[in-house]
Design a protein around this ligand. Sequence first.
Ligand code: C2E
Ligand code: CA
Ligand code: CA
Ligand code: CA
Length: 269
Amino acid sequence: AKAQGRNMLCFFDPAMQAAASARSALEGDIRLGLARAEFLLHYQPVVDATGQLLGAEALVRWNHPQRGMVPPAEFIPLAEQTGLILPLGRQVLAMACHQLALWAADPARASWTLSVNVSAQEFRQSEFVQDVLAVLRDSGADARRLKLELTESLLLHDVEDSILKMQALRTLGVGFALDDFGTGYSSLSYLKRLPLDQLKIDQSFVRDVLTDPNDAAIACTIITLAHSLALDVVAEGVETEGQRAFLLRNGCQRFQGYLFGRPGPAALL
Ligand code: C2E
Ligand code: CA
Ligand code: CA
Ligand code: CA
């Protein structure tokens, strides 16, 4: 009975209770933020070997009335735990497709592609394909300019289902990038079965690419692998000219990172 009592005390631990109530306050705040349309997209340029813009990646921000511009690390995890990622993801996709439709009307931007991050819960919904199609239709965006960024763990959860969903969207022209490549399961056998267009070299390999021979070897291997599978490859987190030059010398032709631009409002692209 004494042991049980101790466990009970543990359950009512004030620190745990405080954390739980902070979480539910944040959850309520996210709900309110969704209703008040406080979430917006910032856009980070993706450039080619000559520095020309190929498009951008859309990165969600929370323009919170008290807290200012809140980065995704502070609300995406809870949104995923609570299912709020579903309405949030739909808003993100709608804003991204609206932006694509605006670019389509501007000859200088009409060829840009926009990459959008998709979380596992969104992708696993049985209505995912229908939802994307509906957003594309409502916005008037060209499906061929939309690229969805997925992760290895998301795709491997149910490979057959992933392939079916990707194929359904691909017939309309939607592209797919494998995000944070090299950090996940990295099972090479499934890579050739997935209908991908692009691998994104995770920034953790780019950071020390000039000083850490292991990171350099991994980055070069990803570039070679992408080319042998006829996929594009984008290096993420490129911050210095030295990193860019090394990656270019080793065959990477697409870059994203602070060297070319931080995420910001569409008007700054
Ligand atoms: P990610 O998809 O890997 O996005 C790249 C992150 O690296 C972004 O952080 C970007 O601002 C940052 N970054 C870009 N260039 C550099 C650089 O040169 N150096 C460094 N150190 N960092 C750089 P951000 O915007 O804070 O997003 C973090 C993560 O949140 C994203 O990682 C993505 O996983 C998630 N996320 C962002 N927007 C969305 C969204 O709309 N939906 C979902 N499901 N997840 C999102
Ligand atoms: Ca991404
Ligand atoms: Ca990434
Ligand atoms: Ca990441």
